[in-house]
Ligand binder design. Sequence first.
Ligand SMILES: [Zn+2]
Length: 589
Amino acid sequence: MSQFNDYIEVKGARVHNLKNIDVTIPREKLVVITGLSGSGKSSLAFDTIYAEGQRRYIETFSAYARQFLGNLERPDVDKIDGLSPVIAIEQKTTSKSPRSTVGTITEIYDFLRLLYARAADAYSYETGEQMVSYNDEQIKDLILESYKGKRINILSPVVRSRKGHYRELFEQIAKQGFVKVRTDGDIVDIEKGMKLDRYKTHDIEIVIDRLKIDNTENDEKRLMESINTAMYHGEDVLMVIDQDTNEPRFFSRNLMCPSSGISYPNPEPNNFSFNSPKGACSNCNGIGELYVVNPKKLVPDESLSIKNGALAPHGPQKKSWIFKQFETIAQRFDFSLNDAWKDIPEDAKQIILYGGKDKFTVESKLLGVARDYKIDFEGVANFIESQYNSDSTSLTRWAKEYMDKVECPVCEGSRLRKESLYFKVDGKSIANLVNMDVVELGVWLDGLMDRLTSKQQQISAEIIKEIRSRVQFLLDVGLTYLSLNRSSKSLSGGEAQRIRLATQIGSQLVGVLYILDEPSIGLHQRDNEKLINSLIALRDVGNSVIVVEHDKDMIERADHVIDIGPFAGKHGGEIISQGTPKELLNKTH
Ligand SMILES: [Zn+2]
């Protein structure tokens, strides 16, 4: 190999306190740059080598693109040879978005979504039964088998649990040549002008055919035709009624609960994404948490009167529409704005906080006249909520002062729609998996293939392998205690750094120069050991790794150590010694 390929050569580096230094760094090795804090380690690793790598990367873009990216300033260095693409893995949290989790940044969640879309079994959230979908041929066979010798009706469901009188619908059905419908469980003839109670919810099915199942060839042909017609009018769903028992059963080309008839769309990865409308809980928009008004924060001191500012968002009395409303409410409920909040009647408190409408008349004995009053008040709590939902970030921030963050009651924090949680692999929903810590998840994955059906194995073997290896990378960097649903903004800088390291190992890039700052900070020895092994693995596949580090274990395992010495600031900035850890040890003794 040529000199060029074996080394990164830095000549005349003068960034910050670096004293015009030359340094030769072996490539495809684990190199530790050590020294006192302030000695110039980071100036060399990040502000010289990484900065120059970034600058060259941006120079590869067109002039047009560069005007948006901005040209990076060339670091103060004469030249750097042998530089490969540089990736810095620093100690900072990369995402502040509540939509970013350990699962999404490691891409493990993307593979889980794929697994669930392909291999999960769906269960009914109504009855817990497994959902089924059939093709028309299977439906025909099932009907022939289940209703042998019986009289049945075949129907097309057209309305399920919806309000309306449906007069036009009945006319339309009659025009298409059908004579009977089933409304709310009763089969009736369609009559002219027929309609239902518009304020009640109804179920309506068209009666497509009535037949006896005798298993003759003629029967089969007729049944097949009826299935086709029923599927057409019922939009891929049909209903069979046993005329003896009146028991309905649903058959669908989509996933469907055979008893209740509820159906799910055939799953796709987005049905399991809380960042997609197809998967996100609509109550919390896929955040899993909500802000709700806390009445204790609206009235932090119940001994205060409204006049003296009991209602914290509004403060003490001033001339305003809202205090006029409070006056009116006080008149209606016979209290005074000078009364302590705790002494105000409960009904009045309800209206003040949660709103209400009321009209009343007050007769003034003094003047001998009656005056009409009207209360139409939205309530302080609702007012806060509307401010929270406004487009203004400052109003939202203000409103939050009176609110608490709570788990979304609809999805129980899982962020997903109800039906998405009823798709299961090996009895577990995707929400169950992201709640596990990485160790548990690894154990579950290890035996998973054996517990799947051969069809599931076939479609998911590759996906499970991808998930398992990414989980292993997290275990390898010592992040055993994390769960995939942990939000990335709650991660410490060190945790975020190790996750980035794990994803880089997973990306299997080759020929990259990785630069890390003090990754061993805060790690127990056992985890530090794992971390060092991960860096060595990164090196062994053909990458260069430079670590800015004090840690003794890391230095001992390095291929090459560069010591910038015991002095900081203007007394530092020089290379004191470099070589293998052994060579350095010999020099100091
Ligand atoms: Zn929710």
